[in-house]
Design a protein around this ligand. Sequence first.
Ligand code: XLS
Ligand code: NI
Ligand code: NI
Length: 434
Amino acid sequence: MSGYFSDFAPLAYDPQGSGPGFRHYDPNEVVMGKRMEDHLRFAVCYWHSFVWEGGDPFGGQTFRRPWFPGDTMDLAKLKAEAAFDLFRILGVPYFTFHDHDVRPEGASLTESRRRLEEMADLFETKMAAGGPKLLWGTANLFSNRRYMAGASTNPDPEVFAYCAATVRACMEVTHRLGGENYVLWGGREGYETLLNTDLTQELDHMGRFLNLVVEHKHRIGFKGAILIEPKPQEPTKHQYDFDVATVYGFLKRYGLEQEVKVNIEQGHAILAGHSFEHELAMANALGIFGSIDMNRNDQQSGWDTDQFPNSVPEAALAYYEVLRGGGFSTGGTNFDAKLRRQSLDAEDLVMAHAEAMDVCARGLKAAARMLEEEALEGPRRARYAGWAKPEAQAMLGAGASLASIADRAEAEGIDPQPASGRQERLEAVVNRYV
Ligand code: XLS
Ligand code: NI
Ligand code: NI
């Protein structure tokens, strides 16, 4: 126990209450035949909640946490105590971390790895004593200045090698802790200017690196999923993992589309000019859906503000796509979300997560009802009903050619008549559920 959250007991489902607790998230409530906890698979992230000090481009630290600056192993352990206290208070089944969040970097790669392993020993004890499981681990290949020109795409091969050592250490710790996924977010895998960038070479290096990661996964017997987290820009001007469709093209080119899936972040979808549900639907359509980072951006500013989710309609449309695709398997709902820099208190950290869990619970329940009552699936099926006819199916079959279809169309003198897309009526249907 760190003492930092000593005002809080574990939160309970308390629909009528007014104190800290959940109004909508009841882990045991059964939704579409499954407990809500098993649907949502909530995870708290280590970095924003325990590492970020509240700085912005115009000012430094605003938060005062007893474990800051977290640059010694003793402070790292105090931070871990606080983190596991928060996990217990929220009752989340999972957490997520970067190597960099949990231990100070050592003077050498070997010392950094040993420190990570020492922290993993502590995590192992806490996890065995009823703590949460690990949704995913990941390596921070973006903060240190050595990565400023890229991680696996760096023009300097020594950085590529440094990344290999860092990712190996991180994957092995993730494996040891029973992690269900391993994430790679390419924050520096992109460019600032094409004037000094060899795009072809950088993409090939990134493809090779990912192949090495997948090979290592199989070598050590890690059964979790390898996930890429798309993002179009920030910190680099252009990131190679722009969005889900771009990542799929990259995976295809480097022969990895059966091996790697995506972790989709709400805010990144918006930065890419998409909706979150677009990215989720696209990942399902391409067979690479893995997990979600459930944090949103500010509507006005064009950057990744990582705010806690607070819109039930948005959450409903997101979980609708998740459920339509069959729900999470190895993935879950990770709050890659940070407080605003004026939200100084321990209570802010607890309640931001609790409120976000309630928003997701409401979204999930609305999504499940829409699916169960076929509110959208009925009209959708009706819209495509023509394709059930044998002559329609025949056009898709091996025997058809452009000419055979054209001949039939002319012979029958077909004259297609448009039907209403009913968009406003469907939007009204959604509004009845949220
Ligand atoms: C940054 C990313 C990052 C990943 C993990 O924008 O969201 O936090 O989730 O490296
Ligand atoms: Ni992000
Ligand atoms: Ni993220």
